[in-house]
Design a protein around this ligand. Structure first.
Ligand code: FES
Length: 94
């Protein structure tokens, strides 16, 4: 298990914290009190969409995202884990 420094950009605010890279990004955001968008939490509704602007994330399953969207750095944070020492996810740039 490794730790990732994560930055979440939401409504123009930068939220920074550390997380285990075995954990789901949305779950950790919510447990840190961040009002991150979400609904189904199962990779279907796309409410939790964010864009990786630095670092890497991993989705075991692409959910409803197309290969093109994934290629543009879009992720569903409810099914994504960090896969780099640092990661930035922008909810505002989608
Ligand atoms: S919360 Fe529905 S796809 Fe992530």
């Amino acid at each position: 298990m490794n730790t990732t420094k994560i930055t979440l950009i939401l409504d123009g605010e930068h939220h920074k914290f550390n997380m285990n890279n075995d954990d789901i990004i949305l779950d950790v955001a919510l447990s840190n009190g961040i009002d991150a968008p979400h609904s189904c939490q199962g990779g279907i509704c796309m409410t939790c969409l964010g864009r990786v602007t630095n670092g890497k994330a991993q989705m075991d399953d692409p959910g409803m995202l197309s290969d093109e969207e994934i290629g543009e750095g879009l992720i569903l944070t409810c099914i994504s884990k960090p896969n780099s020492e640092e990661i930035t996810i922008d909810y505002d740039d989608i």
